[in-house]
Design a protein around this ligand. Structure first.
Ligand SMILES: [Zn+2]
Ligand SMILES: [Zn+2]
Length: 272
């Protein structure tokens, strides 16, 4: 089975640590066949500020260095991606960033609440014993995803269960993605109409993938075709963590293929 990880961060991201060169060499060591590095451009950043343009220069330089560092004939494909966060805050800024030459893959993600909730980054919100707040933020999140899909300029819908990392896994609220099935099924339906993918994000192998099982079964039932996988590593040693489990789950949910993107076009790989 081809081992691929299409969601990872280098030091080009505000929360990443290692160079793309280190990521590439670690991925090769770990036996990955394909790695796509997807540093952040958050249109609204972690400080709730609008970032009206993305500077590609560091990513471009790091990508070239990583390609040079790989031994000739190394069995690793290294792709050039972007995790585009919070695009609904300014679609013009987001669209401008996607004009980058050679861009392979775009993950459309949400990390912050919308303007009406102060663009707050969920990471910085304390949800302990405050389910009402979590529900307000989740409704807002699904509204933002709906806007993102209407815009449509992304390849996969990143980590759909992301806010639950903080609301449940960190702050202890009893919530599952399937509690919001009506909302996310509508989102998946529109995503399928657009021909886009959904991501199974293993969160560095920490996620039990339960939410993604619910999601994938609905995605299959809706005729969704493309599924991408990523460990969301921010450190080299986390590359590929949980990917085998994710591929097993994708297969168990009835999919024959997993997808990666090259120059923004889907490439399907058998899961067997
Ligand atoms: Zn993300
Ligand atoms: Zn990420």
């Amino acid at each position: 089975m081809m081992l691929l990880d299409t969601h990872s961060h280098s030091r080009v991201s505000f929360d990443g640590r290692d160079s793309r060169r280190e990521l590439a060499l670690s991925a090769l060591d770990a036996g990955l066949d394909l790695l796509c590095v997807t540093d952040h451009y958050d249109v609204v950043n972690e400080r709730s500020e609008l970032v009206p343009a993305y500077d590609w220069a560091p990513a471009r330089r790091e990508h070239a260095e990583a390609i040079r560092a790989l031994p000739a004939g190394a069995p690793l494909r290294l792709l050039y991606g972007l995790e585009l966060g919070n695009a609904p805050a300014c679609f013009d800024a987001a669209a401008a960033a996607l004009a980058e030459e050679g861009l392979d893959f775009v993950i459309g993600s949400m990390h912050n609440a919308s303007a009406r909730l102060g663009w707050v980054d969920w990471y910085y919100v304390d949800y302990h014993e405050n389910k009402a707040l979590a529900l307000r933020h989740l409704e807002d999140y699904f509204d933002s995803l709906t806007a993102l899909i209407e815009w449509g300029n992304y390849d996969t819908l990143g980590h759909l269960a992301y806010p639950l990392r903080y609301m449940r896994d960190r702050d202890g609220l009893d919530l599952r993605l399937s509690d919001f099935r009506e909302r996310y099924v509508e989102i998946l339906r529109r995503n399928a109409e657009r021909g886009r993918a959904v991501e199974v994000n293993t969160n560095r192998g920490r996620d039990t993938l339960t939410d993604y099982r619910d999601l994938l079964l609905d995605w299959k039932a809706l005729g969704g075709e493309h599924v991408t996988v990523g460990a969301d590593a921010h450190w080299a040693e986390d590359l590929g963590k949980g990917i085998r489990e994710a591929l097993d789950l994708i297969k168990a949910c009835g999919f024959e293929y997993v997808t990666y993107y090259e120059k923004r076009k889907p490439v399907c790989v058998r899961v067997d």
